[in-house]
Design a protein around this ligand. Structure first.
Ligand SMILES: [Zn+2]
Ligand SMILES: [Zn+2]
Length: 432
């Protein structure tokens, strides 16, 4: 690393930023703020006077994001951002009942939120089971929800699926709360390092079809029409660490079930280990993964026309259903279902000798427990799930009937469809 800043050519270099060279403290802080604002400028989703909620977890990323956001909103800031921010924190204590220090951590997080001077809201994860008419019901007894949610997570066999379900529920709850409070957008603190890990682990979990929604700047408002945005997506973990260190930003580390477990315990942890160790020898690893996924997305978008007729969304992740494959199109998914059906003793009918292309047609096939309510509900749930969410659902212990909970969780909260939007606007649209 060169000892002099490449930008001002005067200051002492403190950090090497990718291929941009070494920056001094002042130039690095300007660069960091610029990266955050440039992401918002490049994707003009947030408009003047909009309400934006920061998804705060207490961790380094969201603490740095809160800090840079407050600076950009300050009247002293050059070209001040003009929207109305707030903070939403999801309290996940329910999943770690044996953690003694959780209360202390929560108090610290609340004091950070209070010190920001922004309106802040705390919502408990178990509230995901208290949602009615798209509103989180407060002031009711949480005991039943706490037990149900804890039991559900305990019954999931792998940590991979537990982490995945937690991520989906957290996103859903954030959007329910944001909608209720009148926010149009939510800022997630996902950095380019985190996204590189997510890209590879999502592909490994069969989520390739939803890559742009899970790792792009915006998820296009798939949950209730509220946009989940990633303004830190061009900033790496190293830059976050240096930024928080220079500004002495307080953060709180909250443990969860993937803390202190071996790297091989889940796909997400293993991918993280792989990317981090590779990055230490080859610093361009994260950027390579990240840029390759952008290219893949561009290729996929150019083929979008072919899949235009798929309007249905998955009940859990709210991404487009990737299980609806056109007649005659061969796919890896078909091959997997074919093998699975064969091993379950389900064979094709005379009209459909090659087995169904989606699970909807499975209902026409002979079932071992036909007429059984439990199987019917299971089947109904599965039909409305994308490939990766089906894998997650299969990972839940079938000895316990969680279908009432699943039905509640999987309530379709996808974005407003074009037809619905047209209906809402028909009074103001001119007939032509
Ligand atoms: Zn400088
Ligand atoms: Zn899904």
């Amino acid at each position: 690393m060169s000892t002099q800043c490449v930008k001002c050519e005067e200051g002492k270099a403190i950090i090497l930023v990718g291929t941009n060279g070494s920056f001094c403290k002042e130039c690095f802080l300007k660069y960091f703020t610029h990266k955050f604002r440039a992401a918002l400028g490049k994707h003009p989703v947030v408009r003047y006077d909009d309400k934006v909620a920061v998804a705060f977890s207490g961790g380094l990323n969201s603490s740095a994001m809160l800090h840079v956001l407050l600076e950009s909103l300050s009247p002293l800031s050059f070209k001040r951002l003009k929207f109305h921010p707030g903070i939403i924190f999801v309290d996940e204590t329910v999943l770690l009942p044996e953690e003694k220090n959780y209360e202390i951590y929560l108090n610290e997080i609340e004091s950070i939120m209070k010190a920001s001077g922004l309106p802040y809201h705390i919502v408990k994860l178990e509230k995901i089971l208290s949602i009615s008419d798209d509103t989180v019901i407060e002031n009711n007894d949480d005991t039943a929800q706490t037990c149900n949610l804890r039991e559900l997570f305990d019954s999931i066999k792998s940590i991979t699926s537990k982490q995945e379900l937690l991520y989906r529920l957290r996103c859903k709850l954030l959007t329910y709360k944001a909608k209720e409070l009148g926010y149009q957008h939510i800022f997630l603190g996902e950095t380019s390092s985190r996204l590189a890990i997510n890209i590879l682990s999502n592909i490994a979990q069969g989520q390739g079809a939803h890559l742009s929604l899970d790792t792009g700047f915006t998820d296009n408002g798939r949950y209730l029409g509220i946009n989940l945005l990633r303004p830190l997506r061009d900033i790496g973990a190293k830059e976050i660490a240096v930024y928080t260190n220079i500004n002495k930003i307080q953060s709180v580390f909250l443990p969860n079930f993937s803390t202190k477990v071996p790297a091989t315990s889940s796909i997400q942890r293993l991918t993280e280990d792989f990317i981090v160790s590779l990055t230490s020898d080859f610093p361009a690893t994260e950027t390579t993964v990240y840029r390759t996924s952008n290219k893949l997305e561009m290729m996929k978008n150019s083929k979008k026309e072919e899949n235009k007729d798929t309007n249905e969304n998955c009940f859990l992740c709210c991404g487009p259903l990737d299980t609806q494959i056109k007649e005659g199109n061969a796919s890896a998914l078909q091959a997997i279902e074919f093998t699975e059906n064969l091993s379950n003793g389900i064979f094709g009918t005379a009209e459909n000798p090659h087995l169904p292309h989606d699970l909807k047609s499975t209902s026409k096939l002979p079932q071992s427990d036909s007429g059984d309510d439990y199987c019917e509900t299971q089947e109904k749930t599965m039909v409305n799930l994308c490939h990766s969410c089906k894998i997650l659902h299969k990972d839940v212990n079938t000895e316990v009937n969680f279908d009432p909970i699943f039905e509640h969780l999987f309530k379709n909260s996808s974005k407003v469809t074009n037809e619905e939007m047209r209906k809402q606007l028909e009074d103001v649209l001119l007939d032509c």
